[in-house]
Design a protein around this ligand. Structure first.
Ligand code: PGA
Ligand code: ZN
Length: 424
């Protein structure tokens, strides 16, 4: 039974405050969870409550959310069995009482929801992935390493936010981690010798001032080859365009030019024809449903099209996309929706509808590794949690090494099978 719930304000990887929650059970178990935070957030995400008190952390403090946990959310679940996750998440949602979790804050609610799951797992003496996923949790995800950072995550001129390496040809997760990391180091050398800055962006990727988005993909391919791998066969590439950030009134501003949606769709079709691209996320803006439909009809059979700001891990937005035949993959961010149960609902809706799911960190992260366990629990087959650098990113990749070791012979690396549309 849940005996007490405590919360505090801690710092995330960008030096901004965030919420950490601790749950104590009557058997003496204590577990904690910390909440991540985005920069290129979607307009339809659950509400992140910040104090707005300019005298502390430029208004970004989370003392109100912390107080909501201690005074309201915690007391509302005291005495409830910790394994009753859905009931607990229902109570949290009802206690908040708003549609988008804006009264107590999705950051407060998520912290409680995740800490409860971890405490229940510990109390059952099970690793989190096993507690959440049961006996069939065995699939190790392909790590999508974000090795070039642009957009809102870096102070450079690159419009697209993320450039991924996807080591789909490895035999094990551990091997895929090594391959991606080796290419990451080679990429640094290549950027350096071409005269580019090798400082890091928010997610641990390099943040060079490249002249074009295409040049980013060229660098990835060169680094893959130079590290001794075959592009496409061993290591594929991918993009998170985060297009909402450069969309306004029906116009996409890319590389200083104003592009119509048709031009942009042709541009992506050309990229997919010329590079071994397995996945493109948020290729278009979060409310450009017509554009998304055109894009999906044009290239959705050849490449994974992921909805992040488009779906915001929300089963209702995802259902809308499924009904319209838009995109074919769900990005999963626990703090976009705010409870573990609703996150699992979104993933099962995706799976039932033939959409893939990619687990995801946020650009503001902590040492919390819950998403690594969640990826294996639901056999998602894909995770993106930054470059293989910076401890808040590497914490998740390292947790997956432990899970692979724990599973032993039962572990299966998703590899190519995670991307059923990829023919390259
Ligand atoms: P965010 O970026 O965490 O800053 O929203 C991640 C993403 O867009 O996938
Ligand atoms: Zn995204």
């Amino acid at each position: 039974l849940i005996e007490a719930v405590n919360a505090r304000e801690i710092l995330d990887s960008r030096g901004n405050p965030t919420v950490e929650v601790e749950v104590l059970l009557d058997d003496g178990i204590v577990q904690r969870a910390a909440v991540p935070s985005g920069a290129s957030t979607g307009a339809f995400e659950a509400y992140e409550l910040r104090d707005g008190d300019k005298s502390r952390y430029s208004g970004k403090g989370v003392l109100k959310a912390v107080a909501a946990v201690v005074d309201e959310l915690g007391p509302a679940i005291e005495g409830v069995e910790a394994s009753e996750q859905r009931i607990i998440d229902e109570i949290l949602i009802e206690t908040d009482g708003t549609d988008n979790k804006s009264r107590t804050g999705a950051n407060a609610i998520l912290g409680v929801s995740l800490a409860v799951a971890k405490a229940a797992a510990d109390s059952a003496d099970l690793p989190l992935f096993r507690y959440l996923g049961g006996p069939n949790a065995h699939l190790l995800p392909v790590p999508l390493f974000n090795v070039i950072n642009g957009g809102e995550h870096a102070d450079n001129g690159i419009d697209f936010q993320e450039f991924f390496l996807a080591p789909i040809g490895a035999d094990t997760y551990g091997e895929s981690l090594r391959w991606g990391t080796e290419v990451y180091h080679v990429l640094k050398g290549e950027l350096k010798s071409a005269g580019y800055n090798t400082g890091l962006g928010d997610e641990g990727g390099f943040a060079p001032d490249l002249p074009s988005n295409r040049e980013g993909l060229d660098f990835l391919i060169r680094a893959i080859e130079k590290a001794g791998f075959t592009p496409g066969k061993d290591i594929a590439v991918g993009l998170d365009v985060a297009a909402t950030e450069f969309y306004k009134d029906g116009v996409y501003t890319v590389e200083g030019k104003e592009w119509s949606v048709d031009t942009l769709v042709d541009y992506f079709a050309d990229l997919v024809a010329n590079f071994p691209i397995v996945t493109i996320e948020d290729a278009l803006a979060e409310d450009d449903w017509d554009g998304w439909k055109k894009l999906t009809d044009a290239i959705g059979s050849k490449v994974q099209l992921v909805g992040d700001d488009l779906f915001v891990t929300n089963p209702k937005r995802l259902q809308q996309g499924i009904d319209l035949g838009v995109a074919n993959s769900l990005l999963v961010k626990v703090n976009q929706i705010g409870t573990l149960s609703e996150t699992l609902d979104a993933i099962s809706l995706a799976t039932r509808s033939g959409y893939t799911s990619m687990l995801s960190h946020r650009s503001g992260e902590t040492e919390d590794t819950t998403i690594a366990d969640l990826a294996v629990a639901v056999n998602a087959g894909q995770i993106k949690t930054g470059a293989p650098a910076r401890s808040e990113r590497v914490a998740k990749y390292n947790q997956l090494l432990r899970i692979e070791e724990d599973l032993g012979d039962a572990a299966v690396f998703a590899g190519r099978s995670a991307f059923p549309r990829f023919k390259g």
